[in-house]
Design a protein around this ligand. Structure first.
Ligand SMILES: O=C[C@H](O)COP(=O)(O)O
Length: 264
C-alpha cells in the first residue's frame, strides 16, 4: 500500500518567541510551497501555537503540538488538553517522546534532568484523549543505548507500541502515526543505520499487525527520528517501513527541514 510520507518538525523548547516562531514558520511555508505528496507538520512550543497557526494558514503545512494531557478540563495546573489544542488549530500531537518518558525511575542530576516520568500508561491515556478530540497522535517509541546493548530493542519497542494502544479500536487505528526514535540517536549526531532503522520500524508495524490485522498495519505511518539530516535523509526515507521523519535539530533551519522534505 502506498502511504503518504509524513515529515514533522519538533521544535522542542526552541523558537519560542513570537518573532522567532513566525520567521521560521514563514520560511518553512515558502520553502515547501512547491512540494506536494508529503504531509508536513511543524510542532512549536505551546506559547507560539497561535503565531504559527497564522503563519501556516492557507499553506499545506500543518500545525502540531508536543504533548497533550488526557483530561479535557479541570484542576490540572500546567497541563493543556487535546480539546484546547484542537481549538488552537492543532491537527497532530507528539506523545511519549523520550524527553517526556521516565527511565528506570533513576533520579537524574539536576543539571541534566529532562525526563518527566511519562509511562506507557500515561501515553495510552493521552493517545485516547487525542483521538477522541479528532486529532492524530504521533506516538514515540524507542530504546536507550543500555536496552539496545542488552538485546532488548525489539521487546522495548513492541511493548511501548502495545502499551500505547490499549483500548484503541480497529476503526481508530489506521490513522495513527508512530515515530521510532532510538534514544541514543536523538540530538547526538549518531544516526541509526538505515537498514536497522527499517528493521525496527518493521517491528512497530508487526506489533500493529498482531493487534489490528494486516490492513491497519499497512495503513499506519511509521517515522524514524534521531539525527535525521539532509545528508542522511534520502537513504533513511527510501526504506520500505520508514514513512517519514520526526526531526529535531534540523527542523530549526528551514533550508535543512525543506531538504529532508524534498528527500521524501
Ligand atoms: O523529536 C525529534 C527527535 O527527538 C529527533 O531530534 P534530533 O533530530 O535533534 O536528533
Amino acid at each position: 500500500m502506498a502511504r503518504t510520507p509524513i515529515i514533522a518538525g519538533n521544535w522542542k523548547m526552541n523558537k519560542g518567541t513570537a518573532a522567532e516562531a513566525s520567521a521560521l514558520a514563514q520560511e518553512v511555508v515558502a520553502a515547501v510551497a512547491e512540494k506536494s505528496g508529503v504531509t508536513v507538520i511543524v510542532c512549536p512550543p505551546y506559547t507560539v501555537l497561535h503565531t504559527v497557526r497564522g503563519a501556516v494558514e492557507g499553506s499545506t503545512v500543518k500545525l502540531g503540538a508536543q504533548d497533550a494531557f488526557w483530561k479535557t478540563t479541570g484542576a490540572y495546573t500546567s497541563q493543556v488538553s487535546a480539546e484546547m489544542l484542537k481549538d488552537a488549530g492543532v491537527g497532530y500531537v507528539i506523545l511519549g517522546h523520550s524527553e517526556t518518558r521516565g527511565r528506570f525511575g533513576v533520579p537524574e542530576p539536576e543539571e541534566t534532568i529532562k525526563h518527566y516520568g511519562e509511562t506507557d500508561a500515561t501515553v495510552n491515556l493521552k493517545v485516547k484523549a487525542v483521538i477522541a478530540a479528532g486529532l492524530v497522535p504521533i506516538i514515540c517509541i524507542g530504546e536507550t543505548l543500555d536496552e539496545r546493548e542488552a538485546g532488548k530493542t525489539d521487546l522495548v519497542v513492541s511493548s511501548q507500541v502495545a502499551g500505547a494502544l490499549t483500548g484503541v479500536t480497529t476503526e481508530q487505528a489506521p490513522k495513527l502515526v508512530f515515530a521510532y526514535e532510538p534514544v541514543w540517536a536523538i540530538g547526538t549526531g549518531k544516526v541509526c543505520d538505515p537498514t536497522e532503522a527499517n528493521r525496527v520500524c518493521g517491528i512497530v508495524r508487526q506489533t500493529v499487525r498482531s493487534l489490528y490485522g494486516v490492513e491497519v498495519a499497512d495503513s499506519v505511518r511509521v517515522q524514524y527520528g534521531g539525527s535525521m539530516k539532509p545528508d542522511n535523509a534520502a537513504e533513511l526515507l527510501s526504506q520500505p517501513h520508514i514513512d517519514g521523519g520526526l526531526i529535531g535539530g534540523a527542523a530549526l533551519k528551514a533550508a535543512d527541514f525543506a531538504a529532508i522534505i524534498n528527500a521524501a
